[in-house]
Design a protein around this ligand. Structure first.
Ligand code: IPM
Ligand code: MN
Length: 357
């Protein structure tokens, strides 16, 4: 029997509640599909930092490389300096483990969850490939003469040939694998930021190796507009770190909100991290009301990454069914269902799925 070693970072706020439900569904699937999960939970989060002043110990990076995947809930706490723990844990994992792809599927599972008029599930089915280790997230820069009238703040955006190439190549590969419209849209802002021309040129260069895939292009501002007006135009889109961060929140809203949007931080062939894209939602923390579906969908992405295609499909089909038949009426904190009840529903539904995968 295959054993998958999973590192858990339950994190802050609603993190532990949604991770608990994700693990509940994962163990139901493991039993059905005949694999084992060996989990190890790490304590690092804002609460831990407040108690011990420790963010991430230096030894953790080698430790994490011993796992097959990492499952993370949410990080962020208003009592701590803005971004400190997020940068240490979320960005830390992404950068130190070189998880260069942030894969964010945007798929509408039930029309009842879509805020757009006259759009069906077939219209909203795309994958955003967000470059995950470069751009403005590299923290190159700083602040000078802070607090004075002469203050200067600089944040450099970094794009390397290697970074562009590997993100773009990954996008073309999944467009082929998805076999949907066989189209990749490059999203950049090379009209205003000329250095972004590295993306435009690299896209053309790599695209030549994929004659079966159509190449499309949109500037980020226009892409935001098209995603609302004509989401059906997108199949796979590839973009820089910051643009990917922004447009995937927009994408989350058209698929039903932060309560369902999931992501994978991936380095193919190496330990990779899976998380809901929502934050720690402090106001719902400890109330057992947050939607665990985003974390459950992140668990589904993790299974797919681990080679458990059938288990991954089971979860996706169970969620689709529960949303379509109204068993889960909404994906926000006001569904009338408790976090653990939703987890129970999914854990039960996965059993009834006759997997076609
Ligand atoms: C995300 C988050 C993070 C990001 C934050 C928490 C650093 O918004 O995963 O999208 O900006 O990447
Ligand atoms: Mn974000």
């Amino acid at each position: 029997m295959t054993t998958h070693k999973i590192a858990i970072f339950a994190g802050d706020g609603i993190g532990p509640e949604v991770v608990r439900e994700g693990l509940k569904v994962l163990s139901a699937v493991a039993e059905l599909d005949g694999f084992k999960l060996e989990t190890h939970e790490y304590p690092f989060c804002s609460e831990h930092y407040l108690k011990t002043n420790e963010l991430m110990p230096e030894s953790i990076w080698d430790d994490l490389r011993q796992f097959d995947a990492i499952f993370l809930g949410a990080i962020g706490d208003p009592r701590v300096e803005v971004g400190l723990v997020e940068r240490a844990i979320i960005a830390g994992i992404r950068f130190k483990l070189d998880l260069y792809i942030n894969l964010r599927p945007i798929k509408l599972y039930s029309e009842t969850q879509c805020p757009l008029k006259n759009k069906s599930c077939a219209d909203i089915d795309m994958v955003i490939v967000r470059e995950n280790t470069e751009g403005i997230y590299t923290a190159l820069g700083g602040i000078m003469k802070k607090g004075t009238a002469d203050e200067i703040a600089i944040a450099e955006s970094v794009w390397t040939k290697k970074g562009c190439r590997r993100a773009i190549k990954y996008a073309f590969e999944i467009a082929r694998k998805r076999n949907k419209d066989k189209k990749v849209t490059l999203i950049d802002k090379a009209n205003a930021v000329r250095a972004m021309d590295i993306w435009t040129r690299t896209f053309e260069e790599i695209g030549v190796d994929y004659p079966d895939i159509t190449r499309d292009h949109a500037y980020i501002d226009a892409a935001c507009m098209w995603m609302i007006k004509n989401p059906e135009w997108f199949d796979v889109a590839v973009t820089d770190n910051m643009f990917g961060d922004i447009i995937t929140d927009l994408g989350a809203m058209i698929q039903g909100g932060m309560g369902i949007a999931a992501s994978g931080n991936i380095h193919p062939g190496q330990v990779s991290m899976f998380e809901p894209i929502h934050g720690s939602a402090p106001k719902y923390s400890g109330k057992n009301v947050a939607s665990p579906i985003a974390a459950i969908m992140a668990a589904s992405m993790m299974l797919d990454f681990l080679g458990e295609a059938s288990g991954s499909a089971r979860i996706e089909q169970a969620v689709t069914q529960l949303l379509s038949d109204g068993s889960i009426p909404s994906l926000d904190a006001h569904s009338g269902l408790k976090t653990d009840q939703i987890g129970d529903l999914v854990a039960r539904a996965v059993t009834d799925i006759a997997v076609k995968a």
